[in-house]
Design a protein around this ligand. Structure first.
Ligand code: SF4
Length: 285
C-alpha cells in the first residue's frame, strides 16, 4: 500500500511561505496515493519556474527540463513508455508563453499526459514580471502602468485545440484539487487542470481571498461536461464568478493509440540488442 511518507523527497521545499504551490504539491501527492501509484509508478516533468521545482519535492520519477519544454519532453517519455503515467507541471509563463506552441500541439495530438498548470498570472521565479494569464491592467515591474494585453484563457484555448479533458481547480479547496488531479491522471488523453495558485509575493490582486469570493463548483450547478458548447461558455466565465471542476471531457484516440510502432507494447520494454540500426547510422555519415 502506498503511503504519504513514500512521496516525501529528500530536498527541502523552499517556496515562499503561503505560496499556492504547497497546495498543488499536497494535492498531487494525494492523487498519486489515491491511484496507488508509488514512487516508480509515474513520472513528473517540469520546465522552468517556481512550479518547475516540483520533481525535486515529490519522490517520484522526475525530469526537470528547460524553459517551456515540459510538454515535448513529457511527450517523448510517453512515447518511449506508454505504460507509465506522465504528469507535466508548468507555470503559466512557462506553459503558455515560452511553451505556448507546445500547449497547442500537445492538446491537438491528444497525447496521454496530465498537465497541471500552476496559474498565478505572474513570473514568480524571476521576481514579478507580467505573465500570459495576467489580467489587462495588472501592474508589475515590467508593466508599471498596467498590462495593455488581453490575457490567455488556458481552458478556452485547450478546448479549441482539441483537449479531451479540461478542468480548473483552486488550491484553496484541497480535496477538490486532489480530485481534479486524480481524474486528469486517470483520463486517457491530454488532460489540463488549470490550477489557480496564488503567488503571495508578486501578485497582490489574485489572492486566496479574491478567489474565495468568486470560485464556484460546476458539479453543484448541474454542469454537463460532455457538451462542448456548454464547456466553451463555462470556460469563458471569468469575473464575479469563476467555475472550477471538470469543464469538458470526451474520448478520442490518443497519439499513442495511433502509432503502429507502439502496438507491440512500450518501446522501453523491448529487447533492442539485436536491432540492426547500421543503415540508419549510415545516413549520418
Ligand atoms: Fe510561490 Fe510566488 Fe514565491 Fe514563486 S515567488 S514560490 S509562485 S509565492
Amino acid at each position: 500500500m502506498v503511503e504519504a511518507a513514500d512521496f516525501k523527497a529528500r530536498k527541502a521545499v523552499d517556496w515562499c511561505k503561503g505560496c499556492g504551490n504547497y497546495g498543488i504539491l499536497a494535492a498531487l501527492r494525494g492523487a498519486l496515493m489515491d491511484l496507488g501509484l508509488g514512487p516508480d509508478g509515474a513520472v513528473v516533468v517540469s520546465g522552468i519556474g517556481c512550479s518547475a521545482k516540483m520533481p525535486h519535492f515529490v519522490n517520484v520519477n522526475g525530469f526537470h527540463a528547460i524553459h517551456g519544454r515540459a510538454l515535448p519532453v513529457a511527450t517523448g517519455i510517453r512515447l518511449a513508455n506508454h505504460s507509465l503515467p506522465v504528469i507535466a507541471v508548468t507555470g503559466d509563463g512557462d506553459g503558455l508563453g515560452i511553451g505556448g506552441a507546445h500547449f497547442v500541439h500537445t492538446a491537438r495530438r491528444n497525447v496521454d499526459i496530465a498537465h497541471i498548470l500552476h496559474n498565478n498570472a505572474v513570473y514568480g521565479l524571476t521576481t514579478g514580471q507580467v505573465a500570459p494569464t495576467a489580467a489587462r491592467g495588472f501592474k508589475t515591474k515590467t508593466t508599471p502602468r498596467g498590462s495593455p494585453e488581453e490575457p490567455i484563457n488556458p481552458t478556452a484555448l485547450a478546448l479549441v485545440c482539441g483537449a479531451t479533458f479540461v478542468a480548473r481547480a483552486f488550491v484553496g479547496d484541497m480535496a477538490h484539487t486532489r480530485e481534479m488531479f486524480r481524474r486528469a491522471i486517470e483520463h486517457r488523453g491530454y488532460a489540463l487542470v488549470d490550477t489557480l495558485q496564488p503567488c503571495v509575493t508578486f501578485n497582490r490582486v489574485n489572492t486566496y481571498e479574491w478567489y474565495q469570493h468568486r470560485v464556484y463548483r460546476l458539479d453543484k450547478e448541474g454542469h454537463d461536461p460532455s457538451s462542448y458548447e456548454r464547456a466553451l461558455l463555462r470556460a469563458h466565465e471569468w469575473g464575479d464568478r469563476i467555475p472550477v471542476g471538470v469543464i469538458y471531457q470526451t474520448t478520442r484516440p490518443t497519439l499513442e493509440d495511433q502509432l503502429i510502432g507502439l502496438q507491440r507494447g512500450p518501446l522501453a520494454a523491448r529487447d533492442i540488442t539485436k536491432v540492426d540500426i547500421s543503415s540508419a547510422l549510415r545516413e549520418f555519415e
